[in-house]
Write a protein of this length. Structure first.
Length: 191
């Protein structure tokens, strides 16, 4: 079971591509089987999407070598995934933070563990151009990377590290997925 939000309660979030995080938005948590909602635009699958930022304010990028065929070989600056029922903390933000911490542990060899549970989200991502985008709603987090070594994907996760990149290099022409373009803009706009 994964966390979904009915599109009907997300009207303000799905009218724009990028919407600042609003801590007042706290819908009831709804859980559905992933195969029941994967192609149903009436249910938006919530995805925490962490952008790892170095001291020079550059996001970490990687190329997908596995996972969903629709994203394979695309580049991304967001680490994250579905919110599973095991992440349930009763409220939206604590639940999404728990999922984010789990996803970071699954996908990266190491990460600043103390940060994942404390950082505030900065924006919602809504992308309606692709089949994936029409059924997912991203919640972007900017996670400062204070570790000496750059992030490395966990072995077997289907991610190939590119490294920290200049934000101007994150373009669709360079192979980045639409969510990464939106997340880049959200991270640039954070205060």
């Amino acid at each position: 079971m994964i966390l979904v939000l009915p599109r009907s309660v997300c009207t303000a979030l799905v009218t724009l591509s990028l919407v600042p995080w609003d801590a007042a938005f706290s819908p009831a948590l709804t859980w559905r089987a992933r195969d029941q909602v994967e192609t149903d635009p009436d249910w938006l699958q919530v995805i925490p999407y962490a952008v790892l930022i170095d001291l020079a304010d550059r996001p970490w990028a990687y190329r997908r070598t596995g996972g969903d065929d629709r994203l394979r070989a695309r580049c991304s600056i967001g680490v994250g995934g579905h919110v599973e029922q095991e992440d349930d903390r009763g409220e939206l933000l604590p639940t999404v933070r728990a999922a984010l911490a789990r996803e970071l542990a699954e996908e990266l060899a190491a990460y600043p563990r103390t940060m994942a549970g404390l950082i505030q989200p900065i924006a919602w991502i809504n992308e309606q151009k692709t089949a994936i985008g029409r059924v997912h709603l991203g919640l972007v987090f900017a996670l400062p990377w204070g570790m000496a070594d750059p992030p490395q994907p966990r072995r077997g996760e289907g991610l190939e590290a590119i490294g920290f990149v200049d934000p101007t290099a994150i373009t669709s022409a360079a192979g980045y997925e639409d969510w990464s373009l939106l997340a880049r803009d959200a991270v640039r706009g954070r205060s």
